[in-house]
Ligand binder design. Structure first.
Ligand code: SF4
Length: 374
């Protein structure tokens, strides 16, 4: 069954109703099962699960250590461009966001300078990002950018607009190994409201993009919803359906989930369904219990103290020392338009020290999945 049909079986009313119907006994039963079902996940996402956060945290920690050991993989984003012709209401890069700072697209020399600056900190994994401006960043540009980044890093992923299978294949041939692509919201009416212009308006093309990438050779697939656009419990349920689908359809790829939470938005956009810290903790724990083998990523959108509290409970990847501006590490400083304001502004060295302090190993180069998935 394709993903569109799988999700069609779980409309928001059905998921909301299932979550609302769950009782404490369902939460307890879900906690004690080794393999959990979608109704178990609904129980763990329900209001009654709030009284069980401590046992959920213990179980999440046990599962995470069993699956991943005591390690946190570190990566850094490199923004290649902040040009964008799309109009997503929540984003500072949107063509109509009203943000006036400088827009640039890095040339090869600047990409090298950014890579060098991050490699000097010890990073071996990077995420290359652009807006949606195919004339400024055509496939040939992206192929060259991936090839340059591979000169410096063992692992190169992208977070960009949805592409066709041939484009993903071409990028994999230049050394790409991962694709991050957030659906933003799986709730189609909300999706249509917040994506006003650009190729991103095509819901189904975006929904299928990670599967195309996996089948084209990307060995790491990272999905997520932009938390704050719609009810976060329902989005978490849909993310789980998406993750399970990808694990089956792209069995040679490692599937991971990110938890980007909307915080500061452009002045024209208020956050429709704000997510507080307790909501986010419950969601991470519930998904960890349902998806033991998925990597979980938490970016510098979250504060230092929140990230430090959460990584022992299920998070396996963290960005560090991030800039969300093109050229932000070595080329333009803070002259260029940033996508969003980061909350954890610690240096990579400070993040490493905090991870060690908690008894975990920071890992710069994560080859585990590459080895056993071949
Ligand atoms: S979310 Fe992406 S496509 Fe949408 S405006 Fe921002 S950069 Fe452009």
């Amino acid at each position: 069954m394709n993903l569109v049909d799988e999700l069609a079986a779980w409309p928001s009313e059905r998921v909301t109703g299932m979550i609302a119907d769950m009782q404490p006994r369902h939460v307890e039963a879900a906690l004690h099962r080794e393999e959990r079902t979608l109704p178990d996940l609904a129980a763990l996402l329900s209001p009654h699960a709030r009284a069980f956060l401590e046992p959920m945290a213990r179980e999440a920690q046990r599962i995470t250590r069993r699956q991943f050991g005591r390690v946190v993989n570190l990566y850094a984003p490199i923004y290649l461009s902040n040009a964008c012709t799309a109009d997503c209401l929540y984003c500072g890069f949107a063509a109509q966001s009203g943000m006036r700072q400088r827009r640039v697209t890095l040339e090869a020399d600047a990409i090298r300078a950014e890579c060098r600056a991050l490699a000097e900190h010890g990073f071996q994994s990077v995420l290359l990002l652009t807006g949606e401006a195919p004339k400024m960043t055509p496939l040939s540009y992206l192929e060259d950018a991936v090839a340059i980044a591979r000169e410096y890093f063992a692992s190169v992923s992208i977070e960009m607009f949805a592409m066709d299978a041939d484009a993903y294949r071409a990028l994999c041939e230049r050394g790409l190994d991962g694709v991050t692509l957030y659906m933003e919201t799986y709730h189609r009416p909300t999706y249509e409201q917040v994506h006003r212009a650009g190729g991103k308006r095509d819901y189904e093309y975006r929904l299928d993009a990670l599967e195309r990438a996996g089948l084209a050779g990307a060995r790491r697939l990272n999905l997520g919803a932009l938390l704050g656009l719609f009810d976060c419990g329902v989005e978490a349920f849909w993310m789980a359906v998406h993750a399970r689908h990808l694990q089956k359809a792209c069995w040679q790829s490692a599937v991971a989930i990110s938890f980007p939470r909307l915080r500061n938005t452009p002045p024209r956009f208020g956050i429709p369904a704000p997510v507080n810290d307790a909501d986010l903790v419950q969601l991470v724990l519930a998904l960890r219990l349902f998806l033991p083998e998925c990597g979980f990523s938490l970016s510098t959108r979250e504060s230092a103290s929140f990230r430090d509290a959460l990584f022992p409970l299920g998070v396996t990847m963290m960005s560090a020392g991030s800039s969300t501006r093109p050229g932000g590490y070595a080329t333009y400083g803070d002259e260029t338009l940033e996508q969003f304001e980061i909350q954890d502004s610690r240096s990579p060295e400070e993040v490493v020290a905090a991870i060690r302090e908690a008894g975990y190993d920071p890992v710069w180069k994560d080859f585990d999945h590459a080895f056993f998935l071949g």
